[in-house]
Design a protein around this ligand. Structure first.
Ligand SMILES: C[S@@+](CC[C@H](N)C(=O)[O-])C[C@H]1O[C@@H](n2cnc3c(N)ncnc32)[C@H](O)[C@@H]1O
Length: 243
């Protein structure tokens, strides 16, 4: 388990509160740093999530840990679906709302503040659920996945995008160097949050291996788990279906 990986070691709050505070702190720089630090690859990764969902043609999608809403906007446009984006961090959602004002998809998207571990929806509400770079931050991964399972319809699909550690030399060595030294320095400079971009690699190392994460999905009521490495294993895409 990875519950002990916290954004701010010196604060007494639990992980959920600290994660909320961290994303509220960095929200104003989040989109810029996301695209800059990933050299734009993050957009390609979100497209992969959408192509997996295309096969299922979901009419309504829950985007958990929606942040500033990039995946929600892309899904609404490319899948022509109704999308509900939820997040715990109010400042991330404010930026999502600002972007919504300029979006042609505005009529198909709703954002609301909610915790993945306690979703304000009735059982079986959604055809699909997406989570991009969110599940790693949950205080309790299993509790979040079970809650998502609850709000999915039978045979509904979950698609999870998360960072992973590339398995092969020399990408692995380059990535570890970049993640450990370069990314925290750039992140700290632009976000003005000392810990946020140190917490990022720490939480990625602590995240279960693809094999173990597929096992966790299974134990939380999902079947047909599938995993694929993206960009030499820097990120991983998982899909699974509600039993
Ligand atoms: C790295 S950002 C990802 C945002 C977006 N999905 C993207 O791809 O850019 C992680 C987001 O997860 C949210 N988050 C973390 N724990 C959460 C929880 N328990 N419930 C809802 N949102 C959560 C954070 O507030 C943050 O906005």
């Amino acid at each position: 388990m990875m519950s002990e990986v916290l954004p701010y070691h010196d604060l007494p709050d639990g992980k959920r509160k600290q994660v909320e505070q961290m994303f509220n702190n960095i929200a104003h720089r989040y989109d810029f740093l996301n695209h800059f630090l990933s050299m734009g690859i993050d957009k390609r990764w979100r497209k992969k999530v959408i192509s997996e969902l295309k096969k299922k043609q979901p009419a309504n999608i829950l985007d958990v840990a929606t942040g500033t809403g990039d995946l929600a906007f892309a899904s609404a446009k490319q899948l022509n679906a109704e999308v509900t984006g939820v997040d715990i961090a109010a400042n991330m959602l404010s930026i999502a709302e600002e972007k919504k004002k300029k979006s042609l998809q505005a009529g198909k998207i709703k954002f609301l503040q909610a915790d993945a571990l306690s979703l304000p929806f009735t059982d079986g509400s959604f055809d699909a659920c997406t989570i991009a770079f969110g599940v790693r931050n949950f205080e309790n991964i299993e509790a979040g996945l079970k809650e998502i399972n609850r709000v999915l319809k039978k045979n509904g699909v979950i698609a999870v995008l998360e960072f992973s550690t590339p398995p092969q030399f020399p990408v692995k060595q380059f990535y570890l160097f970049y993640f450990r030294y370069v990314l925290p320095a750039i992140g700290r400079f632009f976000s003005r949050d000392k810990r946020a971009y140190q917490y990022l690699p720490e939480s990625v190392y602590a995240f279960p291996s693809p094999e173990n994460f597929c096992g966790i999905l299974h134990s939380c009521g999902f079947t047909k788990t599938w995993h694929r490495y993206l960009t030499f294993g820097i990120a991983s895409l998982y899909t699974a279906h509600k039993n």
